[in-house]
Design a protein around this ligand. Structure first.
Ligand code: ZN
Length: 369
């Protein structure tokens, strides 16, 4: 019997071209109203005992084709625990191989993080002393949630998943919140005494629900809208920025995943020609504290200072640094693996992202100065 393959669930993404008893030709669906695709997440049924060979035939035309060499697909036999499986990229086709034991096997670009888990995270933060509110609504009408912790005079903002396919940002948020909510943690206590910490963990919630890589429901890259967000086409950014205007910003951290580079790195507002020495010093303190705290972090490989080009003023880090005189930071995690802290089985993972979230707190405290 032929494999049954579908992505008819939240965050799912795949198109089935043809399916046989163990092999299938598949394609990644493009983001609605946008041109990007790379995120995939689908389920294969009837897999038990078969040596699956799943070919993503349009991989070469994806948003970041350089993301495929050296990449291994994520696989789960229970839908919860994810590891990596044999993957090769050749002539524009990504072929995923897996010897299946379970009848149903899930495949994804990275460990998925759905809306129900996001809701549980918010609920936990609220019940452990965080303040929870809704900053606005997405294009599809979903809530743009915020959690606020702490009572200090400074303002720290942490934004996640402007690019919905970068689910490592959600796993990072769980780690950061875990530590912020731990009353016995002295670093968290110092940070929360120095600042209010505002977290907007899932900015592109429509893209997450729809299984997009990058765009929101209107097909907009939200991380290019921060200089002047259109409330109709980028209401998610308009909502967060309006709240920033009400509270102010001293440090802004925007959490992402990078398709191509096998490293954890920071792209800071210090590369902006308009940066001040004080802002640049804040970025430097953050990096130096994160080097101390995390074996995965490094400062050798990253984006060139010209990254973003003409669109750079619309990126969160750049725009918020300029608007508020803040320390602006973009934290990038790999889809592949971290060459500094490699995991031959799981690659860069939900667990590694979670740990990095924990390890970033002392760096945020250092950035405040
Ligand atoms: Zn991103």
């Amino acid at each position: 019997m032929a494999l049954q393959i579908d992505a008819g669930f939240e965050c799912g993404n795949i198109l089935v071209r043809s399916a046989g008893e163990a092999a299938a030709d598949l394609a990644i669906r493009q983001d609605a109203n946008g041109s990007w695709f790379q995120w995939f997440y689908f389920r294969v049924r009837g897999a038990a005992g078969r040596h699956l060979a799943l070919r993503l035939v349009n991989a070469g035309a994806s948003a970041y084709p350089d993301g495929w060499p050296g990449y291994r697909a994520c696989v789960s036999e229970d839908g919860e625990a994810w590891t990596r499986t044999e993957t090769r990229y050749e002539a524009g086709v990504l072929e995923i191989r897996h010897a299946a034991r379970a009848d149903t096997v899930w495949f994804a670009y990275f460990a998925p993080y759905g809306l129900a888990r996001h809701e549980r995270l918010l609920a936990r933060a609220a019940s452990d002393g965080g303040r929870r509110d809704v900053l606005g609504r997405s294009v599809d009408g979903r809530p743009i949630d915020r959690v606020t912790l702490g009572s200090g005079p400074r303002q720290v903002w942490i934004v996640g998943r402007q690019h919905s396919g970068e689910t490592m940002a959600s796993w990072w948020m769980e780690g950061a919140l875990d530590r912020l909510l731990d009353p016995a943690d002295t670093v968290a206590a110092s940070l929360l005494a120095a600042a209010q910490v505002h977290l907007a963990p899932l900015v592109n919630i429509d893209g997450a629900a729809r299984g997009h890589l990058r765009g929101n429901a209107a097909g907009v890259d939200l991380n290019r809208q921060w200089h002047d967000p259109d409330p109709a086409r980028a209401p998610e950014v308009a909502a967060v920025l309006a709240a920033m205007d009400r509270f102010g910003v001293d440090v802004s951290l925007d959490v992402h995943g990078d398709e191509t580079l096998p490293h954890v790195f920071v792209d800071g507002s210090d590369v902006d020609p308009q940066t001040t020495p004080a802002q640049a010093a804040g970025v430097a303190r953050f990096k130096s504290a994160l080097l101390q705290a995390s074996p995965a972090f490094q400062t050798t490989v990253g984006y060139p200072p010209t990254y973003g080009g003409e669109e750079a003023p619309g990126m969160c880090t750049r725009a918020v640094a300029r608007r508020f005189g803040a320390v602006g930071l973009t934290l990038e995690m790999p889809f592949k693996d971290s060459l500094e802290a490699p995991d031959p089985v799981a690659g860069w993972s939900a667990q590694a992202s979670h740990q990095l979230g924990r390890d970033t707190l002392p760096a945020l405290l250092a950035a405040l100065g």
